[in-house]
Structure formats: structure tokens, C-alpha cells
Design a protein around this ligand. Structure first.
Ligand code: ATR
Length: 279
């Protein structure tokens, strides 16, 4: 019998360097699943038409990356509570009648931290950045029950708006949410600093100041959601701690959650980063 191959794609702009196809092929290989997975470069203005076209071409699942996650949230007929609060969708399922959306970035981050044996329970986290990337992970950070999440951003009023928006959810989860200035006047013990800015794409400087680096000890963890090269944030962090990571593990883990949504299977992610280096 001729089983129909399911069609998938990742949409973004730019998309050339996306590793999503390789990751999904490696996952599919584990379960001997045949699938098609394309990279499609899409401008924001073409997004809604493109989704309609891909639907009529029989695509089953779409990953959505920068800068389309908010548009993807808008086009969905149904989203999860997580996506609804984050206003972000990176995983679309095109069912017969509906466009269904979810956001797997936050779970990708948490699963990667777990894999690295980094617990956030009861800890102090500093989340740097107040754009789409930060909003996409804060739901899961709050659910991880840290003691406090400090928010900061180059444009500080965006961090304040983010605090106002997430306050209720944080209160419900007994997590303290605070905004701090980038030029910190007092010392705070940060267990984990997450760089969710896109600073490394446009600047040679770290998005955080020395006053924040001076709060770090050799047991603090610094995590940059970007991957591909050692960012200025990471280079400075290495002067304080060896526990410095880029976002490649998060990329693999968010893909694993997407794979689970579409195939109802949990791929083994352990060796994927190594396999990607070989490919
Ligand atoms: P994304 O979806 O990648 O988060 P975004 O919504 O445009 O993209 O947000 C980018 C984030 O990176 C913002 O927090 C931005 O700070 P501003 O709100 O002040 O713009 C931050 N960012 C970008 N370039 C930066 C830089 N050179 N230094 C510090 N922060 C930077």
C-alpha cells in the first residue's frame, strides 16, 4: 500500500541557515518515518496568502520562525493557553478544517536546561530582552517556579510593560516578577541569566552591563538563546563562569516538542547536536 508522505516546512525570513529540516529528518529517522520538510522564505506581507497556499498544497505541519511568530498567532483558529498568553506561535498544524497553533520555545528552553541538569525551581533568573523571544519563553519560566524573575531591557519601559502583562500569571504561580535597570545599583544573586535579545545580530557589545556581570559567581549559569557563534554576551560571561551555553540545545528541544505535536512520538534528543555537526 502507498502510504502518503506528510509534508512539513519551516517558514521565516531569512530562512537559509535554518537547521529545522535536518533536525526533523534526524528525528523521523529514529522512527523510520518518511516525511518531506522544506525551508520556505516568506515576507511578512505574504504570510497569510502563503499559509492558505500551503494548506491547499496539503502541508500538514509548519514551524514558524522570526519574524513571523506573531502573525502565525493571528492566523490560527485555535491556540493553546500558552500561545494565547505569549501571543506567539511557532508550530502550526493544518487539520482539515482548522489552523491550530502552539508555541514550543519555552518548553524547548526548559527541556534543554533540564538536560544540562540546571534547575530553576526556587532560583533567581534574569531575563534580558523584552521582544518576541523573551515573551515566547516567560510562560514556561514562570511555570518552572523560580523564586524571582528579573526583567530588563535596553528600552526599559518595554520591560515594565512585560511585567504588567505577566504579573497576574506570575502571582498565580507564586513567582515574583521585578524590573531592574541595566545599570544595577545593588548586588543581586542571579542563578541564571538568559539573553533573549537579538543584540548579537547587530552589535559587538553585550546587552548587559558590568554591574550585572559583577553579580555573577562561578556557579551562575548564562544562557544565550542565539546559536551559531560565541556572542558578546557569552564572551563576557565566560570571564565569570564556565557555565555558559548558546541556544542550540533549545533549538533541538523545541523541535522535539513540535515533532511530538505532529507525530505523537518523543524523539531522543541526546546526540542530535553532534549529528548536526557531522551533517
Ligand atoms: P525578537 O523577536 O528576536 O525578540 P524583537 O521583538 O525585535 O525581536 O526584540 C528584540 C530584543 O532585543 C528587544 O528586547 C531589543 O531591545 P529594545 O526593546 O530596546 O529594542 C533587544 N535588542 C536588540 N538589539 C539590541 C542591542 N544592540 N542591545 C541591547 N538590546 C538589543
Amino acid at each position: 500500500m502507498n502510504k502518503k508522505i506528510k509534508k512539513f516546512a519551516v517558514l521565516g525570513h531569512p530562512i537559509k541557515h535554518s537547521l529545522s529540516p535536518q533536525i526533523h529528518f534526524l528525528f523521523a529517522n529514529e522512527f523510520s518515518i518518511d516525511l518531506e520538510y522544506k525551508k520556505i522564505d516568506i515576507d511578512q506581507e505574504d504570510f497569510f496568502d502563503s499559509i492558505a497556499n500551503l494548506k491547499s498544497e496539503g502541508f500538514y505541519g509548519l514551524n514558524i520562525t522570526m519574524p513571523l511568530k506573531y502573525l502565525a498567532f493571528q492566523i490560527c483558529d485555535e491556540v493553546t493557553e500558552r500561545s494565547s498568553l505569549c501571543k506567539s506561535v511557532n508550530t502550526i498544524t493544518l487539520s482539515d478544517k482548522k489552523i491550530i497553533g502552539d508555541s514550543t520555545d519555552g518548553r524547548g528552553l526548559i527541556n534543554d536546561l533540564n538536560k544540562k541538569s540546571i534547575s530553576i525551581d526556587g532560583k533567581n533568573i534574569l531575563l534580558v530582552g523584552a521582544g518576541g523571544a523573551a515573551s515566547g519563553v516567560i510562560y514556561d519560566l514562570i511555570q518552572g517556579k523560580p523564586k524571582q524573575i528579573f526583567l530588563t531591557n535596553r528600552t526599559i519601559n518595554k520591560a515594565s510593560k512585560m511585567q504588567e502583562y505577566w504579573k497576574l500569571f506570575a502571582d498565580k504561580n507564586q513567582v515574583i516578577l521585578k524590573v531592574i535597570d541595566l545599570n544595577l545599583q545593588k548586588k543581586i544573586n542571579f542563578d541564571l541569566v538568559i539573553n533573549a535579545t537579538s543584540a548579537s545580530l547587530s552589535s559587538k557589545d553585550s546587552p548587559i552591563s558590568n554591574s550585572i556581570y559583577n553579580c555573577l559567581t562561578n556557579s551562575s549559569v548564562c544562557y544565550d538563546m542565539m546559536y551559531g557563534s560565541k556572542t558578546p554576551f557569552m564572551k563576557e560571561a565566560y570571564k565569570k563562569t564556565d557555565l555558559v551555553y548558546d541556544g542550540i540545545g533549545m533549538l533541538v528541544e523545541q523541535a522535539a516538542v513540535s515533532f511530538n505535536i505532529w507525530h505523537h512520538l518523543n524523539p531522543i534528543t541526546k546526540n542530535i547536536e553532534e549529528d548536526l555537526k557531522i551533517l
